[in-house]
Design a protein around this ligand. Structure first.
Ligand SMILES: Cc1cc2nc3c(=O)[nH]c(=O)nc-3n(C[C@H](O)[C@H](O)[C@H](O)COP(=O)(O)O)c2cc1C
Length: 381
């Protein structure tokens, strides 16, 4: 009885502080940020968070206001302990500048990158266009990052320092004019995986960036995928590995890729990357790139559900795409995701989203009689 009233009081305090954050983000921060070109706003946000992370009293305050823990959110996935199932998806923290802020805000994990074997300038600007009517960002970055030689030591440092957050490194193939044939691509991934071995909680291999000039040869042909993972299997590493999958595949094409991955040293599947299909959306044709947010939601849920149905005993699933509410996060879990990642929600709603998701998920689990998040995985199928 006392526990119930304590947790009710804690919920009320957390709700009040996240509501305050939501209000300030919506009415003060977002109008200023969205008044800037998205490329400028993005760079400023990274600089601000990097600076804020160096101010311990500010991080203490952030933790007091946003952090929310509950035993029902904890789980073991791929042999790792997670304080909650929510993580930052790849792309926002390319060079590992946000880990202190995300840890203080109460993320269960974050994915740094994607990072590549060589430093990469990415595609010509602009990289971003906003589509607020779809809660979506058109993304055409092309894997800009400082290179895995620089980024991975920063991840390792954050990994040893983080209070409660697991760290993942997303590895992609360098997108520059030195790209060669398939063997060169395999070697590129391998260099970064060798650098990452043992230096993070987990690794994600991104085979689905839609914005590179060599295209996506490792998801367009299962033989190429098999060759890639035959090479990566021989890299000694202690951490589990996920593969970041494309969204725009039929189930039979997607399954062909999973059948290949099932024969390799792969523990998890991240579903999915950006939306390439613009059908029914009013998007200027001259805007290049893939869509994040709202347009990813349904398609990723369908692939997650099919993957869970056929591969639940083989792979853990990290569900990604269009999560803006606790109910949408819960649906990803009910479809089969053990972990849930997001990016667009942070940009369109604000940093308090992590707390909103956690508190909301606890309530949904309780409503449906689940003691913990693991019990709910796949329960909607
Ligand atoms: C600004 C931005 C950059 C991204 N860059 C990457 C990337 O480097 N690697 C990757 O695997 N996915 C990248 N993505 C895709 C996201 O990780 C995610 O799969 C997608 O945005 C769907 O999630 P969301 O709806 O929560 O944004 C990026 C997305 C955004 C919005």
């Amino acid at each position: 009885m006392q526990y119930v009233s304590e947790s009710t009081a804690r919920d009320a305090v957390n709700k009040a502080s996240t509501d305050l954050f939501s209000f300030v983000y919506k009415h003060a921060v977002k109008p200023v940020v969205f008044n800037q070109a998205p490329d400028i706003a993005h760079d400023q946000m990274i600089s601000f968070c990097r600076a804020a992370g160096n101010i311990p009293p500010l991080m203490w305050l952030l933790r007091q206001m946003l952090d929310y823990t509950d035993p029902s959110l904890e789980s073991e996935v791929m042999g790792l302990h997670f304080s909650n199932p929510f993580g930052l998806s790849a792309g926002l923290d390319k060079n590992c500048d946000l880990s202190t802020v995300l840890d203080a805000a109460g993320f269960g994990f974050e994915t740094v990158g994607s990072t590549t074997s060589r430093p990469c300038a990415g595609n010509p600007r602009p990289w971003f266009h906003r589509l607020p009517e779809y809660d979506s960002m058109m993304v055409h970055v092309g894997l800009a990052n400082d290179g895995s030689e620089q980024v991975i030591p920063k991840v390792e440092k954050a990994y040893t320092k983080a209070a409660s957050m697991a760290m993942s490194i997303s590895i992609a193939r360098t997108n520059d004019d030195q790209c060669g044939d398939i063997d060169e691509g395999i070697e590129d991934y391998r260099i970064s995986l060798e650098r990452a071995a043992g230096r993070s909680s987990m690794v994600e291999i991104n085979i689905s960036c839609p914005n590179t000039h060599v295209g996506e040869p490792f998801n367009e042909n299962p033989d190429n995928l098999d060759r890639l993972f035959t090479s990566l299997d021989s890299v000694e590493r202690s951490q589990p590995l996920l593969v970041k999958m494309p969204l725009n595949k039929s189930w039979s094409e997607f399954k062909d890729l999973l059948d290949v991955l099932a024969t390799h040293n792969v523990q998890g599947i991240s579903i999915a990357n950006l939306q390439k299909d613009r059908t029914g959306l009013s998007v200027p044709v001259q805007w290049a790139g893939g869509l994040s947010g709202g347009p990813c939601y349904e398609g990723s849920n369908a692939l997650i559900a099919n993957t869970y149905r056929e591969f639940a005993s083989r792979f853990a699933i990290a569900g990604i795409g269009g999560v803006f509410t606790p109910e949408q996060a819960y649906e990803k879990i009910r479809c089969g995701s053990s972990l849930v990642m997001f990016v667009s929600s942070l940009m369109f709603r604000g940093p308090q989203q992590i707390s909103v998701f956690k508190r909301g998920l606890v309530q949904l689990l309780r409503r449906d009689g689940f003691e913990n998040v693991s019990q709910a995985v796949g329960s909607g199928l």
